[in-house]
Unconditional design. Structure first.
Ligand SMILES: C[S@@+](CC[C@H](N)C(=O)[O-])C[C@H]1O[C@@H](n2cnc3c(N)ncnc32)[C@H](O)[C@@H]1O
Length: 423
């Protein structure tokens, strides 16, 4: 018998995984996936079902690409980049909130709401509808879909889209120019971001000069930390935080320093779990000035530039979503700056993506990680790292840093690198 073709094989996978998902949702009394505006913005599935959903996503993506063929498939992806054009306008002019849930509107009403010409609204919305953001059930009548409702109401989602539109996305087409102009550069001021923003400042220096963006950035960070697969619980649950802490009877309590810890939401959550530990959240002045300083008396907020010597002697130093913003050269500088404060046995916990080996995860999943890698490159000349990269950057800083564990907990994109100071 002739062996199955790849497209038939993919169709079988799609059939099989769809049945698993369908039966689970029906058994739990959960709604079947739909673009109806009543469908929830995020649906949490147990681990086994997530695996079925991932397999279904990978298979349907591959099948679409195969049946379209090379030229149409690449061209299709190029046209998809316009998703961001119409979505950017929708978010900037708050169109998803221009009419309440379960009602309809018209192009004219959206035009009046946004003070834009009706013809502008019509072109933008009709493009967005091709991506299922809004629907036009009858000519000229606009209704919500699950997607437009998610933009309107999911916490900090609009902030995140706006941050991409305004700050992160414009550098995307400039990476080719940046690597032509500064080949192999590790300088944070020789990036695609510098070309796109027409500035000599680094991303962080530029942001410090634009305080009006600070809240939106903090909102986007908060969205990204609650997005499925990136929740803080993966970090909180998968590190034995208490194990390394100096017992209270010796020093009063153990101390954890949250380096580049922003508004301290990890430390504040950890403080609930470790009732006698102290926390020091360190960040730049502009960030610390807006931090919730009275939230917990055991969580102190402190201005500290992590490129300069560390002064707080602690049991654990946490770097969450920090080192991927920095080149290898600067990561070594940041880690070296800890050394004056390190006591033997002190732990460094790094919470950043760990790029998978070839073929370990499917291309759809890997593309999310490699998208982040390109974003770090464009904005900072930095990168996401695989396990070998992490070992090289940490142990290459000083041989007394020993990497003891590198792993990505199931269900998340963000890995954990545990390091001990053997000084
Ligand atoms: C991507 S955010 C991560 C924040 C937080 N750790 C989290 O998990 O949400 C990187 C943080 O590094 C901070 N940062 C950048 N440069 C810094 C420096 N030189 N010293 C201290 N903090 C810095 C930024 O202000 C920002 O809060």
């Amino acid at each position: 018998m002739a062996s199955k073709t790849r497209i038939a094989e993919l169709a079988s996978i799609i059939q099989e995984k769809t049945t698993i998902l369908d039966e689970y949702l029906a058994a739990q009394g959960l709604p079947s996936p739909s673009f109806d505006e009543s469908y929830p913005a995020i649906v949490q599935l147990p681990d086994g079902l997530m695996a079925a959903r991932d397999a279904l996503t990978e298979a349907s993506d591959e099948l679409r690409s195969l049946v379209m063929g090379p030229v149409s498939s690449i061209y299709y992806e190029i046209t998809k980049s316009s998703f961001f054009t119409s979505l950017g306008v929708i978010v900037k002019f708050n169109l998803a909130n221009s009419f309440p849930a379960n009602t309809t509107t018209t192009f004219a009403q959206m035009a009046a709401f946004s003070n834009l010409p009706e013809s502008t609204i019509q072109r933008i919305v009709r493009h967005a509808i091709t991506n299922r953001v809004f629907a036009e059930p009858t000519k000229g009548t606009i209704a919500h879909t699950s997607m437009s409702r998610a933009v309107a109401s999911f916490p900090h989602f609009a902030d995140t889209i706006d941050l991409f539109r305004d700050t992160l996305w414009p550098s995307a087409p400039r990476l080719a120019d940046a690597i032509e102009r500064w080949p192999g550069s590790e300088e944070p001021t020789e990036t695609a971001f510098n070309l796109a923003a027409n500035t000599d400042l680094s991303f962080w220096e530029y942001k410090a000069k634009h305080p009006e963006q600070a809240n939106r950035f903090a909102g986007a960070m908060s969205f990204l930390s609650n997005k499925p697969g990136r929740e803080k619980e993966y970090l909180l649950d998968n590190v034995d935080w208490a194990a390394g802490l100096t017992p209270p009877e010796i020093t009063g309590s153990g101390t954890i320093v949250d380096v580049g810890g922003s508004h301290g939401f990890i430390s504040l959550a950890l403080a609930e779990r470790l009732p006698s530990a102290k926390f020091v959240v360190q960040d730049l002045p502009r960030v610390i000035s807006r931090a919730p300083k009275d939230a917990n008396p055991r969580v102190e907020f402190q201005v500290h530039d992590f490129l300069t010597d560390q002064h707080v002697v602690a049991d654990v130093y946490l770097f969450r979503q920090v080192l991927h913003d920095w080149t290898d050269k600067n990561c070594r500088k940041i880690l070296s700056a800890l050394i004056p404060a390190l006591k033997p046995g002190a732990r460094i916990i790094i919470n950043d993506s760990i790029l998978p080996g070839v073929g370990v995860v499917g291309p759809v999943k890997e593309a999310i990680l490699r998208h982040s890698d390109l974003t770090m490159w464009r904005c900072f000349n930095a990168k996401e790292r695989d396990e070998d990269d992490w070992r090289a950057v940490v142990e290459g800083t000083d041989r007394r840093f020993e990497v003891i564990r590198v792993f990505t907990p199931p269900g998340t994109y963000i890995g954990i690198i545990e390091v001990v100071w053997r000084g």
